[in-house]
Design a binder for this molecule. Structure first.
Ligand code: FE2
Length: 396
């Protein structure tokens, strides 16, 4: 379809990537003029020995960071505000985030508050504008999923409203540099590999099918889908398979670029709002919802769903558009089973919560742009199927 709506694309993030790229961290920080950055990370990164490797690289370039290692999954408003206070009181001159989406989003949030004033809650999308660029920041992902190292968004939890909200939609919030080192992901346990990898797939699928797509985001989304289809099962089965890890890290980055300045779709409207209700891992929760959302959505954009089937490596020669679209949906259901994505119940949800969860998803701004019109009743149906699939799979 030809498009008259103005679409723009801007990424201010320098990509630095290779196996062992963490060794470049110090020189990249130095080039950005950092001497005393706030290093934002979590206890898991520290325990895996990755913090030590990062510190060595920084110190080789005479960069001595202040370590802020209090990040937890689904970071909240108070954590970000505390980090920003630490940034100011320690006289920091930049940010280094090492970890998954939680650490990177926390650092972006700290950057927004440091560059402005007040609390991160004021900068929810649609509220106070982000008028200045965040201080120099380097993101070092240790998972392959969120793509937060290149996105223009941070997702923050508001425990008062029991939701997660988005901050960003502007290049001002993007990391200045992304150091992508697939070797950092080899110690991830299989459930984390699976959940985060499926999250990358969800970004690619949702951004390829949502109404905001444009040629550049289509291109990166399709390659991300190809890589996930080819390598996620391998990375899940062989933690040390560097070829699989390399391509999953690339998939996460490409799918992150597919966001552009826009948001995702129904699966993320659901997982981000539900993730504010119960403290479930974002990747696994999004993965559990992706198949049912695609099943609901495929009738809105059949050609695009059929194109995805080809990206997944399915043989669609001689197959009708409608059948190919269905094949793409079936494929994602299958992949969800193959990588042992937990059930809704295992993720901490009960079926009695469906009406509340559906209402929250419907109120999320990512509902707009979804490839099929969706209302609260439709969200209830999608949630019901997500719960049923988990039941059918027994322990899954
Ligand atoms: Fe996501």
């Amino acid at each position: 379809m030809l498009e008259y709506t103005l679409r723009t694309y801007q990424s201010p993030t320098r990509l630095v990537q290779r196996l062992g790229a963490i060794q470049e961290l110090g020189s990249e920080a130095s080039q950005l003029g950092m001497r005393r950055p706030l290093l934002v990370t979590d206890a898991g990164v520290k325990a895996a020995g990755l913090l030590e490797i990062a510190l060595e690289s920084l110190r080789r370039s005479d960069v001595e960071p202040v370590v802020f290692d209090k990040v937890r999954a689904n970071p909240g408003v108070s954590l970000v505000d505390e980090g920003a206070a630490e940034y100011r009181s320690q006289g920091c001159d930049g940010l280094v985030a090492i970890g998954g989406g939680s650490s990177i989003d926390t650092a972006k949030g700290i950057g927004v508050v440091a560059a402005h004033k007040g609390s991160i809650v004021e900068y929810e999308w649609g509220h106070s504008p982000i008028e200045s660029r965040i201080p120099p920041m380097i993101a070092v992902p240790t998972t392959a999923g969120t793509g937060s190292e290149v996105t223009l968004w941070a997702v923050i939890t508001d425990p008062k409203r029991k939701i997660k909200f988005n901050v960003g939609g502007t290049p001002h919030i993007a990391s200045w540099v992304a150091v992508i080192d697939p070797e950092l992901t080899v110690k991830l346990p299989p459930p984390v590999t699976a959940g985060t990898g499926m999250d990358a797939l969800a970004h690619a699928v949702e951004c390829f099918t949502m109404s905001y797509h444009q040629p550049f985001t289509d291109a990166v989304a399709l390659l991300a889908m190809e890589y996930v289809a080819k390598y996620l099962r391998v990375a899940f089965s062989q933690a040390n398979n560097l070829e699989a890890r390399y391509h999953m890290s690339a998939a996460a980055m490409l799918a992150g670029l597919a966001y552009g300045t826009d948001s995702a779709g129904a699966a993320h409207a659901m997982s981000q709002t539900a993730g504010g209700v119960h403290d479930a891992p974002h990747g696994a929760l999004t993965a559990r919802l992706l198949g049912p959302v695609m099943e609901y959505n495929h009738s809105g954009e059949p050609e695009r769903f059929a194109r995805m089937a080809a990206a997944f490596g399915l043989d669609v020669r001689g197959v009708s558009t409608w059948r190919a679209a269905e094949m793409a949906v079936e494929y994602v259901h299958e992949l969800t089973r193959d990588v042992d994505i937990p059930s809704m119940q295992e993720l901490g949800f009960g079926e009695d919560e469906i009406p509340m969860l559906a209402d929250k998803a419907f109120a999320d701004p990512q509902t707009i742009g979804n490839p099929r019109d969706v209302d609260a009743a439709a969200y209830r149906r999608i949630y019901k199927q997500a719960f049923d699939l988990g039941n059918k799979n027994g322990a899954r």
